[in-house]
Design a protein around this ligand. Structure first.
Ligand SMILES: *Cc1c(COP(=O)(O)O)cnc(C)c1O
Length: 363
């Protein structure tokens, strides 16, 4: 039985339904119980929300954000999308797929170890970017912002209508996708007759967490949203980033609810050496979920979140009867470029490398 009826939740006042939306994701995504993993960890009851099955490209959380972002781009008659992120970015994959599906061009500015860097082999997300025919520019992170500005300017000069989306789509329209995901989860939890006490996910650019936190407050679900930071930031920094998106969302979403800073829970202990660096904890998480449930997570985001969940279980943060929902945000195609350290770990050997060669920190 549900403890917390929605009642006259502030959700009712939201503009979510009136925002332009491109239908890109296969929704709702399933929620499944993970009994073998729960058993292995000695409780609590662990569930997974399969946002790796959103169906755009190879799935993932960005599909939900892109529904509203691309809805806006189409409403504004854009003909080319300009965005950027890391070299093996899931965000770039899903944005390129969304653009192609909607008949738009796509320019990707990607961070790399040096300007114009080319990998020895096309693999993982980069392979997908190339296959979709995205225009790709690789620059050092110091030049990233200028490169994006220059690209927007060049597109305008060429008489086109470019639409810019910042890294990860973590602006209010992107977060809207995760307010919607929380609403979807709430409806599913009602059907299942389960209250989710916690939701654990990987937090990077913060739009996912912002949306989840707003949704949980607005619906009064009582679900505590835990974000495991995937980059090297302080908890305060990450919290402030998520809080800014929430504040900026106020007018865009018309959400009439105060969100205390204490709702934005961040753990930053599971990053390892840094963003995209491999670590024993991350590989252990990948292996554990694969071996117990046959589900694949990625070495960058979801493995960090799963390492957090595993550690919190071991530290008895959750009660045995708690229901903990793991949000699978996708990205498993990144397993392939990490094949060497994954193999080494499986064979009980030391990692051949921990910093990938496509990382700006590799030089
Ligand atoms: C982008 C991404 C995240 C983080 O989402 P943010 O909204 O950027 O915080 C988590 N998991 C995967 C697989 C991602 O690609």
């Amino acid at each position: 039985m549900l403890k917390r009826p929605v009642g006259d939740s502030p959700m009712i006042g939201m503009k979510l339904g009136s925002l332009p939306r491109a239908r890109l994701a296969c929704l709702p995504t399933p929620i499944q119980e993970l009994p073998n993993l729960s058993k292995k960890l000695g409780g609590p009851r662990i569930w997974v929300k399969r946002d790796d099955l959103t169906g755009l490209a190879f799935g993932g959380n960005k599909a939900r954000k892109l529904e509203y972002l691309m809805g806006d781009a189409v409403a504004k008659k854009a003909d080319v999308i300009v965005t950027g992120a890391g070299f093996h970015s899931n965000w770039c994959t899903q944005t390129a797929a969304a653009a192609k599906k909607l008949g738009l061009d796509i320019v990707l500015v990607k961070n790399g170890p040096k300007d114009g860097w080319e990998p020895a082999e096309w693999d993982g997300n980069h392979l997908l970017h190339e296959l979709m025919g995205a225009e790709i520019k690789v620059v050092r992170p110091e030049k990233f912002k200028d490169a994006l500005d220059a690209e927007m300017e060049a597109q305008r000069k060429a008489g086109r209508t470019p639409y810019f989306i910042p890294v990860g789509g973590s602006v209010p329209l992107g977060a809207a996708g995760y307010v919607n995901a929380m609403l979807e989860t709430f409806n599913q939890s009602s059907d299942l007759g389960v209250d989710f006490d916690y939701l654990v996910h990987g937090t990077g650019s913060g739009g996912t967490q912002a949306g989840l936190v707003m949704g949980a407050r607005a619906l009064n679900t009582g679900t505590k949203v835990i974000g495991a930071a995937v980059g090297w930031t302080s908890k305060e920094e990450q919290q402030a980033g998520v809080n800014k998106i929430i504040k900026d969302s106020h007018d865009v979403l018309g959400l009439d609810v105060e969100i205390p800073l204490s709702d934005i829970v961040v753990y930053n202990e599971y990053v390892g050496g840094g963003y995209g660096f491999i670590s024993e904890e991350k590989v252990e998480a990948v292996k554990l979920l694969a071996e117990t449930e046959g589900i694949f997570i990625d070495p960058v985001y979801t493995a960090t979140a799963m390492a957090c969940l595993i550690d919190l279980c071991r530290k008895r943060k959750f009660k045995k009867r708690d229901n903990v929902l793991f949000l699978h945000t996708g990205g498993a195609v990144a397993l392939f470029p990490y094949r060497a350290p994954l193999r080494a770990y499986s064979e009980g050997k030391p990692f051949p490398w921990t910093v990938p060669d496509w990382s700006p920190q590799s030089t």
